[in-house]
Design a protein around this ligand. Structure first.
Ligand SMILES: [Zn+2]
Length: 469
């Protein structure tokens, strides 16, 4: 693989998997793994391209997405016709900005009409996922084998950027159907995509809805080199470690996903666990949006897979240092194109990075955050809210849950129409089941749910044990 010495991952002394037992070096890499390497080889070059050259190629690729969307989606055809937009004309940034912004509310309303009637069979099968993103507004999206393939390539890029040692042990605490406490689930390798290319060390997963003390005991048992979790859960772990004087002697790095990471939490991790935090910015709908630079704490937009705009309230691009709405367009989703999709986060435009990469930068992201839930038993954990199923019960546009007391939860909803008692009862049962405790659920209906003063959207607020870091 063509990676310079300076950016080779720490684990590059590990040989890649080979398909020929008699040829171990250099490794003969088969099929899918070879395809990933082919993309990684290109990403290794393109990250250093000048910004203008990157945009030029993004526009060429986006034009193909637009033409496909126009031909295969009634929604996009009407939208482009209404805007007087001819998708066949070569694109530039000025023309691109004539396309309307796709709001999250619209995706909720039009739903599956965003799906294309057909797409190239070479993109493989489809999968669907539901997400509340950073706003408490649940949407359903569809991806393909191809979009997943690019997700894997960027995952490997991120490992390489941060020079991970693939022989290390990786512990993951996140929302997952596996990983039932207290043992969690142990795997012999790191799973996809790292195990496509490398013989990795073991990994283990623990479900996020596990009491912080049990998480801590689990981590002490496995003594990982790497930990991946959500920022709010990391904050809970750090405060527990601090109280009980626990340390993880092998730990080299914590990786965070899914929520806004604050500078204070970065500091607390370094001071209490003695390791840096590497943050990733992604969304279920778009996959990776930006990765932390290997040399500083700013984020590089993954311009080979997404086109990202940060715009002000008037729709104009923000300048470095300004904070605006994040609007993302996927370069490879031909099953459900998301064109100028407003994900619901705010971000600050960064300056050219000193590392020399031409990939644009974001200096900070204001997305979502959660507090931990506390049970009357004293157990504390990251709450599972059950939001994926809210819209199966009632036309809920946006939600926010607040733990008022140890046994009382306020459910704040923005709705299309008032809910009846039957729907409220079903939602109560769903929330109680998701949280694993029979909380008293009180319903409040609002016109909108504002972001916090810090600009983050809080899906779950605890008035019992607010965040301490
Ligand atoms: Zn950089």
């Amino acid at each position: 693989m063509s990676v310079t010495q300076r950016y080779t991952p720490g684990g590059m002394n590990i040989l890649m998997k080979t398909v020929m037992p008699e040829v171990t070096w250099p490794a003969m890499v088969p099929g899918r793994a070879a395809d990933l390497l082919a993309i990684l080889h290109q990403l290794e070059q393109t990250q250093w391209w000048p910004a203008e050259r990157i945009v030029e190629h993004q526009m060429k690729q986006l034009r193909l997405v637009l033409i496909h969307a126009y031909q295969n989606s009634t929604f996009y055809r009407l939208r482009m016709d209404k805007a007087g937009f001819d998708p066949a004309v070569p694109l530039n940034k000025a023309r691109w900005s004539q396309l309307p912004i796709l709001a999250r509310d619209e995706v909720q309303d039009v739903g599956e009409s965003l799906y294309c009637q057909s797409f190239p069979s070479t993109h493989g099968g489809t999968y669907e996922t539901q997400t509340s993103g950073s706003t408490g507004k649940v949407v359903k999206v569809r991806g393909t084998h191809l979009t997943n393939f690019f997700w894997q390539a960027v995952t490997l890029r991120e490992h390489h950027w941060h020079r991970r040692d693939f022989t290390g042990t990786l512990s993951v605490i996140r929302f997952t159907p596996e990983g039932t406490p207290p043992e969690g689930t142990v795997f012999r390798d790191w799973g996809l995509p790292a195990n496509q290319l490398y013989n990795t060390g073991p990994s283990m997963t623990l479900n996020i809805a596990t009491d912080i003390r049990k998480q801590s005991a689990w981590l002490e048992t496995h003594q990982p080199h790497y930990l991946l979790t959500y920022p709010s859960n990391l904050a809970g772990l750090i405060s527990h470690f601090r109280e009980d004087g626990i340390s993880l002697k092998n730990l080299r790095e914590v990786r965070t996903i899914g929520e806004t990471l604050t500078p204070a939490l970065r500091r607390a991790c370094r001071e209490n666990l003695g390791v840096p935090v590497i943050d990733l910015y992604s969304s279920q709908e778009m996959g990776y949006i930006a990765l932390q630079c290997p040399e500083c704490e700013s984020y590089h937009i993954q311009a080979e897979v997404v086109f990202v705009e940060i715009i002000d309230d008037a729709g104009k691009p923000c300048a470095p240092g300004e904070i605006g709405r994040v609007v993302v367009s996927g370069l490879h989703n031909f099953a459900m194109p998301l064109i100028r999709y407003e994900v619901g986060d705010y971000a600050e435009v960064g300056v050219d990075c000193s590392c020399g990469r031409g990939l644009p930068t974001i200096s900070r992201i204001l997305g979502r955050s959660r507090n931990l839930l506390t049970l009357p038993t004293g157990e504390r954990f990251w709450p599972i809210l059950g939001f994926q199923h809210y819209r199966e019960i009632a036309p809920i546009r946006q939600f926010q849950l607040v733990q008022r007391t140890l046994d009382r939860i306020e459910a704040r909803f923005v709705v299309n129409a008032p809910l009846d008692k039957f729907q409220e009862n079903k939602l109560t049962a769903l929330i109680q089941q998701s949280m694993g405790y029979p909380f008293k659920i009180e319903f409040t209906y609002l016109d909108q749910i504002p972001k916090s003063v810090a600009g983050k959207f809080e899906e779950f607020i605890s008035e019992v044990t607010p965040v301490t870091i």
